[in-house]
Design a protein around this ligand. Structure first.
Ligand SMILES: [Zn+2]
Length: 397
């Protein structure tokens, strides 16, 4: 597929922990850094003046500019100029939590399909919300025990009123309320016999939304549902009703979906890295085929950018005069696509390493994520796009 995204004209990356940042200005609007002025008239507001127009970045509260230094870009100056910024960071902002971090006991939730907004489960409250052991626990138990794994073939499954939290999914006990809202692929019978249950061990029963057919998860058994956090919206309380109306009135938008996916994954990566010191992940399909290897580099990043492509269609003579945007929290990742045959060596090493954490997601979501990462990379200034064999991308929270 032809890559259509254009490189960002202005790209700003700030590191809160390092109290510093890098500002990149594309050669399209500033060949030579000398005609660029960066200043901060008010706290948390950054003004970037180029010969072409001005750009304003709203930083988050408590972050302000101390000093700007022009640095030569690697390569020719046609590619652009870059500046090193020194910042003052007075308050750390907290990363938004993923749905897994937000679920609580004794709160009533409604579960909606993220694609179309229809409710798939209503009024669920949990007596227990418990984390499952992390993805590689079976391999680790092998290392701890001198005898055969005592947990082998014993699955941890939710009882009535339980919500078990995986890395990218939640497990719930099944009830009759979802018979109309969820469609089972591969097995339409609800009341499965023992024989059919046996077959399910080898055959995957995918669960999809009856309204829009989006894959939301799996039916692990006649008693247990698995939902991927990238496919559902979990809303507390009765006000879920209002949200459904609002969502169903909105046109189905690809960019809304992308933002949701980006935010969900970014906040989950932050949670996993801070709780378990895991930084390397293997994004996999439900049958454990690795699609993307992801290395979490920074979680203290703020990014802001002014895209190059948004000006093309306006036809305005001075379309760039005043642009402003909000800097947003993001994670910086390195990644490789497992389909890239040139990187087979890297992929092989990662696949043998048990410290690499598996993150299963539906096949279609793995593909969406692949596009999302590639699009993020392609908008970056050329010299920021890769590190060794890895591609660089930012996932905004
Ligand atoms: Zn749906």
């Amino acid at each position: 597929m032809e890559e259509t995204a254009k490189q960002d004209l202005v790209f700003l990356e700030l590191r809160r922990k390092l109290q510093s940042g890098t500002l990149f200005i594309s050669g399209d609007i500033a060949r030579d850094g000398a005609d660029v002025k960066v200043e901060s008239r008010h706290d948390s507001l950054l003004n970037i003046q180029t010969a072409d127009g001005s750009y304003q970045v709203k930083l988050t509260p408590g972050v302000s500019l101390v000093e700007t230094l022009l640095q030569r870009s690697p390569g020719s100056c046609e590619r652009g100029s870059h500046f090193r910024l020194r910042l003052r960071v007075e308050q750390e902002s907290e990363a938004p939590q993923s749905v897994i971090g937000r679920l609580r006991v004794k709160v009533t939730y409604s579960f909606q399909c993220q694609s179309c907004g229809s409710t798939v489960l209503q009024d669920r409250a949990f007596g227990r919300v418990l984390p499952l052991p992390n993805g590689n626990w079976n391999a680790l138990v092998d290392d701890w025990c001198c005898h055969p794994d005592p947990f082998a073939n014993r699955k941890l499954l939710p009882r009535d009123g339980d919500c078990l939290l995986g890395d990218t999914f939640i497990l719930l006990a099944q009830d009759t309320s979802c018979e109309q809202t969820l469609t089972r692929e591969g097995n339409s019978s609800q009341k499965a016999s023992a024989e059919v249950k046996q077959k399910r061990v080898s055959k995957r029963v995918m669960l999809s939304c009856t309204s829009c057919s989006a894959v939301l998860g799996e039916e692990l058994s006649a008693e247990v549902l698995k939902f991927y956090i990238t496919e559902i919206l979990v809303k507390p309380g009765e006000d879920g009703g209002c949200d459904i109306t609002r969502l169903s009135l909105e046109p189905k938008s690809d960019s809304l979906r992308q933002r949701f996916l980006e935010q969900t994954l970014a906040s989950r990566l932050v949670e996993l890295s801070s709780a378990q010191s895991i930084f390397r992940f293997s994004i996999q399909t439900p049958d454990s085929t690795a699609v993307i290897l992801l290395w979490l580099l920074n979680t203290d990043t703020l990014v802001a950018s002014f895209p190059g492509e948004s000006f093309i269609s306006t036809g305005d003579v001075h379309p760039r005069e005043h642009q402003s945007c909000q800097a947003v929290q993001a994670v910086k990742v390195l990644y490789v696509l497992c389909s890239d045959s040139k990187l087979k060596d890297v992929v092989d090493v990662w696949e043998k390493d048990i410290s690499v954490h598996p993150l299963p997601l539906p096949q279609s979501t793995c593909e969406e994520l692949q596009k999302l990462l590639m699009s993020s990379t392609s908008r970056l200034p050329t010299f920021l796009r890769c590190m060794n064999s890895y591609q660089v991308a930012y996932l905004r929270m």
